[in-house]
Ligand binder design. Structure first.
Ligand code: SF4
Length: 283
């Protein structure tokens, strides 16, 4: 934690002592792993590389979007618990030559604990930080010591949308600052098509929200040359108030605008990705 034992790891600033209770994210003071997938090849090719990542899905979340596709593990922080030292030993126990990278998925609420686990340690693979973007710039600057590739979402520009879907009115203020810091801290290093260091920003276009997506793209363009991944896989879940998938025209407007802005480094999804096949099963 940044301030004594009261948690301020993320913009929620819950100021709780996680050895005694939990804040918004639901996490205590142990690192909680919900699932590990070896040779995870579902990410963008510059992240998955040739062998796929060692994907560590953390339990709980500091954002908890109502439409979360990983809701089975993000709603509660239940899973296998590790102290920072145990977590380092656990990671070291894998044959790391089998993967292209180590990927931390939804790690923000464990930032301080992961820093404690990995600071000053040498692992032979890039560490990918796959986050919601709802993070603090100061924490990102510290995390840069252990993270090689930042892969944040930039979900919303509008505070009305971020409040409605993620209870985080200040999402864009924090995410935009954090992502600008990531861009500055990690210039891209790409070897044989795999990002060994750098930044890839993801954006999921939501139904009825394409105008907000255009503003998100304006911001990403202001970062300078940056890999982007535009996604259309939104699928209604039992928790989401949005009840339909994205229309092809909505997605086309966003893709055309990205082209106009010169955002041509990165990836786009096919609309056929909008299906329940793209919701991982964590049971
Ligand atoms: S990491 Fe969790 S407890 Fe800490 S400030 Fe964020 S939501 Fe609150």
């Amino acid at each position: 934690m940044l301030n004594e034992n009261l948690c301020q790891d993320c913009p929620r600033n819950c100021l709780v002592d996680r050895s005694k209770t939990t804040g918004f994210c639901g996490a205590h003071n142990k690192i909680v792993v919900a699932k590990v997938i070896e040779n995870f090849a579902w990410e963008e090719p510059s992240i998955s590389g040739e062998k796929g990542t060692l994907a560590i899905f953390f339990a709980g979340c500091n954002l908890k979007c109502e439409f979360c596709q990983n809701y089975q593990i993000s709603r509660t922080a239940k899973g296998k618990e590790y102290s920072p030292n145990e977590f380092y030993l656990y990671l070291s126990g894998f044959d790391l030559s089998k993967y292209s990278a180590i990927e931390f998925i939804t790690p923000t609420h464990f930032s301080s604990l992961l820093l404690e686990a990995l600071r000053g340690k040498k692992l032979p693979l890039p560490i990918v930080w796959n986050s919601s973007g709802y993070e603090k710039k100061e924490m990102i600057e510290t995390l840069a010591e252990i993270v090689d590739v930042f892969m944040p979402d930039l979900k919303y520009y509008s505070s009305e949308l971020s409040k409605r879907y993620s209870l985080a009115e200040d999402y864009f203020d924090y995410a935009s600052e954090s992502i600008r810091a990531m861009r500055k801290l990690k210039p891209d290093i790409i070897i044989d098509g795999q990002m060994r260091q750098g930044l890839l920003v993801r954006h999921l276009v939501l139904p009825s929200c394409y105008k907000d997506s255009l503003k998100v793209l304006d911001y990403i363009a202001s970062l300078g040359k940056t890999q982007i991944s535009l996604m259309c896989q939104f699928t209604p879940t039992k928790y989401s108030s949005i009840k339909r998938r994205l229309y092809p025209l909505e997605y086309k407007i966003v893709l055309d605008y990205a082209g106009k802005l010169g955002l041509n480094q990165g990836y786009i999804q096919e609309l056929s990705s909008s299906s329940e096949d793209y919701i991982p099963d964590f049971n």
